[in-house]
Ligand binder design. Structure first.
Ligand code: KG4
Ligand code: ZN
Length: 391
């Protein structure tokens, strides 16, 4: 069964198509198309994502990205001349209503739908939230339009569920419950437990900044280019390579020993700020040392809380997912810790290109919800910036 997925929750315009078979606990996936068009360069000028700009860019890029994805999957077929007539006035009316706030997207869509045939797809899945609401709406509205034009079911997906299931794209092992998931992205930091399939319980979360957010803010303090998360990782690795000594001053490990599974990262970021202010000459070597010490503080807190959750809930599988899992040092230290202390626990992380935002992970979540027939009414589907996976 082929699933098409659309992701526009932040600053990546993404469309993927996957072929899924089987079901939990041994599903199998093949990626037929994976296109991510990043707006990073555009937002870099502002030092962060500007929601209305993101929305505009999604509206501009979605149809080209969709066409690229269909092409990559070998499913972009021109309609025969005889069929490439205009859409019926009734359908056109409905489409105009759905896309009334995105006139540019509507024009692209009408051209696209008159030119190309319906592909071999069972459902259209789309990120409904959480994320930037104006950005989310563009994807949701395109999904509604596609579902209507192609007469397909529409499957709304929680972005964080997409991250959580992202490792399944490249593992063919049997997935064993309970699954403990550490979700670390630009907007979220949470420990989630899945005791029964697709049912989530939140064990702990950040009380202030998300991990990715802390990486980005510390990067700004160190004057690194946007987006900062990957830059911190690179600098920290450089410190190791150059054999730099540790900083004289250690940064705090916030809530390391607190008796719960919550996190806090804003104090750590502030500690970096104070440290930098004290340093007379912030040269490259100092930046590298600070990046490494900050990264290490984050890793230690994440490992410690995850270990606490493992002891409390005895999971059989540990998933680490979300943009920050692109940090290789973090994955390395988790792997070492888990293989030493919990050799029976199966650790799953997404392949590198599925760590940060993409639509393949949305297609995977969409596949499972298609099997369960969790379809939305295209007339009633809304975007929800504050959607939560678990309470
Ligand atoms: O999952 P994601 O792409 O978007 C959200 O759902 O938020 O995560 C983006 C976050 C950003 O804060 C980014 O700085 C961080 O993930 N990130 C990293 C690395 N690559 C991306 N953080 C640390 N090290 C990295 N290599
Ligand atoms: Zn994300």
């Amino acid at each position: 069964m082929n699933i098409l997925a659309i992701e526009t929750s932040c600053d990546e315009t993404a469309v993927s198509i996957i072929a899924g078979s089987g079901d939990f606990p041994e599903p199998e996936f093949k990626t037929l198309a994976h296109i991510v068009s990043s707006q990073v360069k555009l937002h870099a000028e502002f030092g962060g994502v500007v929601p209305m700009l993101a929305k505009r860019e999604h509206a501009r890029n979605l149809i080209p990205v969709l066409q690229q994805a269909l092409d990559q999957a070998g499913s972009l077929e021109k309609k025969p001349e005889t069929e490439s007539e205009k859409v019926s006035p009734e359908l056109q009316n409905k489409l105009e209503r759905i896309l009334e706030r995105e006139p540019e997207l509507l024009q692209h869509f009408l051209t696209f739908i008159t030119q190309f045939s319906k592909p071999n797809i069972a459902a259209v899945s789309v990120t409904r939230g959480p994320g930037l609401e104006p950005a989310l709406w563009v994807g949701v509205n395109l999904a509604r339009a596609l579902a209507l034009a192609w007469e397909l079911p529409i499957v709304p997906v929680d972005h964080m569920e997409g991250h959580l299931l992202s490792p399944l794209a490249n593992y063919h092992t049997k997935l064993e419950l309970p699954v403990l998931a550490l979700l670390i992205s630009g907007g979220h930091t949470e420990l989630v437990l899945m005791k029964s399939w697709l049912k989530y319980e939140k064990l702990g979360q950040t009380r202030d900044d998300a991990v990715g957010e802390a990486f980005d803010k510390v990067a700004r303090i160190l004057d690194l280019p946007y987006p900062g998360g990957p830059e911190i990782g690179k600098l920290a690795a450089q410190a190791d390579q150059d054999n730099l000594p540790d900083l004289d001053e250690k940064l705090p490990r916030p809530m390391l020993n607190s008796d719960n599974l919550d996190f806090s990262f804003s104090g750590l970021k502030t500690a970096v700020l104070y440290l930098v202010k004290k340093i007379a000459k912030l040269d490259e070597a100092k930046k590298q040392q600070i990046a490494r010490e900050f990264q290490q503080a984050v890793i230690e807190v994440l490992i410690s809380k995850t270990v606490k959750a493992i002891h409390a809930h005895q999971p059989k599988t540990l998933v680490i997912a979300g943009g920050v899992v692109a940090n290789q040092e973090l994955v390395k230290q988790f792997k070492t810790k888990i293989s030493q202390d919990f050799p029976d626990l199966n650790l799953l992380t997404p392949e590198f290109k599925l760590a940060t935002d993409n639509a393949t992970m949305i297609a995977i979540a969409g596949y499972f919800h298609t099997i369960k027939k969790d379809f939305a009414d295209p007339d009633l589907l809304t975007a929800n910036g504050n959607l939560t996976l678990a309470v």
